[in-house]
Write a protein that binds this ligand. Sequence first.
Ligand code: NDP
Length: 281
Amino acid sequence: MSDRYAVIGNPIGHTKSPLIHSLFAQETGQDMSYEAIEGPVGSASGFSDSVKSFIAAGGRGMNVTAPFKLQAFEISDERSERAELSGAVNAMKFEDGRIIAENFDGVGLVRDIEVNLHQPMAGKRVLILGAGGAARGALLPFIAARPAKLVITNRHVDKARALVEQVAGSLTAGGSLTACGYADLEAMGRFDLVINATSASLTGQLPPVPPGVFSASAIAYELAYGKGLTPFLRLARNAGVQGIADGVGMLVEQAAEAFAWWRGVRPQTRALIERLTVPLD
Ligand code: NDP
């Protein structure tokens, strides 16, 4: 029997993970299956029960998507440092009766920016909007990419401040990390890379970011994907930003990280990213 993997979320109809992983398996010659599971919401043990029955049925690993990333964190036995920091888990491996947990969202994002978009972050001024699960997952991989300045802003600024305090010890020499409110951004100067890691675009909203944050050669990166020119990307475009991207590359890259973790072989991503890209204009 093929090794079984799955993604669990609710709703799950929109997921591209089964397509992505089956193409990865085909390309790398791995004997595995990958399905989508709609996890139950509104029941205290429903998520954990679903995971346990998948393990009992021979499951080897799972991706986790909204709204279960925090519950996956809670039920795991072992967690990577970045999963610990983000408090959220997007991939699990089942080994010897244990649930081992990872969060590949941040490394997937950094890889998309640095490798696919050819924008190394070292020495750059980087602004992250939002301090939710995705921003938290991105923080350690971003610090490891050694930007000169990393600023995190959030509506509830205390969340951004708490996050900065948590990772202050991971900062490398020469880098700076600051949390601030949106109202303080005008005074922060311009940024080379501005990441919208809020969920505002999912409801067609724009985070209150001033257009003056973009440098002349800035890249504006929207984590949401498949939504065309979101209000954030439109703001960037209207501010004269040439380089805009959405999170489809991050989606494929985090999947490739999970695949490599499970199967020991890293699949190619470029053709798949092109295939899944919805034009921004
Ligand atoms: P969370 O719910 O954990 O966090 C939401 C964040 O958005 C919070 O910081 C919240 O601020 C902020 N926010 C929500 N609405 C607004 C608004 N109108 N204005 C300003 N800030 C707002 O979400 P996630 O971190 O899990 O997801 C964030 C985004 O990343 C989503 O668009 C999601 O689809 C995308 N994503 C993409 C992935 C990919 O592979 N491409 C992977 C994971 C996520 P506050 O704390 O103040 O409420």
